[in-house]
Structure formats: structure tokens, C-alpha cells
Design a protein. Sequence first.
Length: 403
Amino acid sequence: MIALDEWRRHGAMVPACLLGMSIVAAHAYALGVMFAPLEAEYGWSRAQISAGPLATSIGTLLLAPFGGRAVDHFGPRRIALVGVPMFAACLALIGTAESNLAWIALHVLLAGALILIYPTVWTAAIAERFTANRGLAMAIALSGTGITAAVVPVIVSRLLEAYGWRGAYAGLGALSFVVVYPAVVFLFARGTTQAGRERAAPAAQRERPPEMRSGKFIRLAGAGLIYSICVTMLGINAVPVLMADGFDVLVAAEIAGLLGVGTIIGRLAGGLLLDRIDGRWVAIGSGMGALGAALILLFVTQSPFAASLACFSLGLAAGAEFDACAYLTTRHFDRRNFGALFGTIGGLSGFGSGVAPFIGSAIYDASGGYDLVLLTMLPLLVIASALFWSLGRYPDAPDIAPN
């Protein structure tokens, strides 16, 4: 059921979280458009260009726990007020790169700003205020990544055509600030709830949450890492996989666009389900959806319907699983430590998304095709689903779980 009282009191902050999430992956979705102009101007290989985002992924992995603790200590609003302008500025600065070393260094700098607008910032505020509809509120906020997938490539293409790749980065940074910062200032929750103050005080005194050493947390983080590698490895390579199956580039791109549609629907549907059923089932269902997409692409060839179904299913799975990880963190562990715990999970997932294109490319180079990439996903997704299942039922106390 929809908890109208929660939405009346706290609903205004959800659009701010949605917009905040919409810029988290802006640099990643801009990259595909930037390959050609960077190759033309500098003669860099795609591996050299991809080294920048990989450096960002490694940086966020290392910084994620510290960013999460900062959220727990200072509160999401303060972090977002600093993080949004810093991220926008760092994104614009990427356009000043004059060498591959500078390109990588600027992406490392971006990681420091990115951690201040990471999903932890937006989901922590929702976890503190929403109870009955926490899953739905998180799902709406996290749908921002689906919006990014749909609009950023188009915006960047227009900016590239008008101002070149340097101007495109400057424009994307400026647009990120103009769209998101006012929403953070005027809509993002001020202060904290009484329950939040009670939870935050003791949490801020801990250097590392004890749950990080628990087997349950390690299994949840491991499942998130494995899942992000698999989904990103297929999602990033969706167009070349379809082209290898015989589709021309325009048709392949149109079919792959269903990933973004599926992601948004998966976020919202997953959020509704999380408020009604055990979150493990949502996570496992996401794993099976991605597995089904891989099987379709393996065994059904040159079928537009089957390819569309596979891409849409992968998008649904990608949308629901990240929601499930965030929700399961709030239900199985002490919410006083949500920032540090989910920050670590988000950092690992971001790292998985960063290394996945390299893994997929290496398998392709070694085997000469994408079948081995798809086959590699199958056992990994089963393992991730088993790890989700091993978490067990929610503990009796919703705020504090045993190790």
C-alpha cells in the first residue's frame, strides 16, 4: 500500500534524489560518444581512452567507505551541497586534457568528487525518512540512472556537434550543476529526523562498522560485485553482440535502447515489490532475468523480437537488483551505519562496472566472439543469486541485525 503520510511529509525530497542520481553516471554514458573524436585528435586506442573511467572506478572503490562514513557523520544534505558543484567542475575539467596521462589524472580527480554524489548520499536520506514505502522511494530515486542512459548520449552528441568534445564536457558539467543544485538546495531534506539523530550519534564514533567483518555483509557485497560485472559486461557490449548476430548498427542501437527503458521499469517495479516481499526474491529474480537474457542471445539468432526481449529483460534486471542491494542493507544491518555499509557495496559495484568492459574485451580478443562472454555470465549469475539467498530472512529488529 502507498503510505500517504510518509509521502506528504518527505515526498518533496524524492525528486531531488532522482535528479542527483541522474548525474552519477553521466561521465560513463558520455564516453561512448567521445571515442571517435578522441581517436581522431590524439590517435589513442580505445583501451587508452577506457583507462580514464577505469581509474575513476578504482578511485571510487578505495574512497567509497570514507564517503559513506562522511554521510553518516555530516548527513546527506551537507555532502550533496558540496558534492554536486565539485562533480560538475571536475566533469568540465576533463575537457582540458592534453595527454593520456592528464586524461587519466582528471578521471582520478573526478572519483574524489563522484564519491560525494554517490548513490549512498541519496539513498541514505530516503532510508532515514521512509519506512513503509522505503523500497518504492529508493526505486524512484535510483531511476535517475535510467534517465541518464536515455538522455545523456543524445545531449552529448548535440554538444559535440556544436562545440567539439572539449565543449561537450564543459557543457555537460554546467548542465549537471544547473539542473541538480537548485533541487538539492530547495528540495533535499534539511536536518535529520529524531530517529536519525539517535542513530547517527553513536555511529559517528566508530571507525569501521562491525558488520563489515560479518559473513552476511561479505556475501551481500560479493553478490553485488559479481552481478555488476555480469550485467555491465553484457550491457556495454549489447550493440556489438547484436551486430555479431547479424544486425546492422542502427538496428542494434535501437534494440539496445530497450536497456534504458527496462532499467526505469525495473527500478519502479522492484521498489514496489521490495515493500511487499522478501528482498532476496527481488535480487534473485534480477539474476535470473539477466541469465535469461544471456541464454536468449546465445541460442536465438537474428530474431529482432528475441533480441529486444533479451535487452529489455537485462534492463529490468539491472534496475531491480541495485534497489534490492540498498534495501537489503537497511533490513539486515544497523541503519546507523548505512552510509559506510552501502557506500562499500556501491564502491564494489562501481568497480565491477569499471572492469567489466575490460574483461569482456579480453574474452572477445581471446575467443574471437561474444559467445564465451555470455557463457561466462551463466555460472557467475547463479553464484550471485545463491549469495543473495544465503542472507536469510530479515532479522526481527528492523534497525539492528546480528552479525
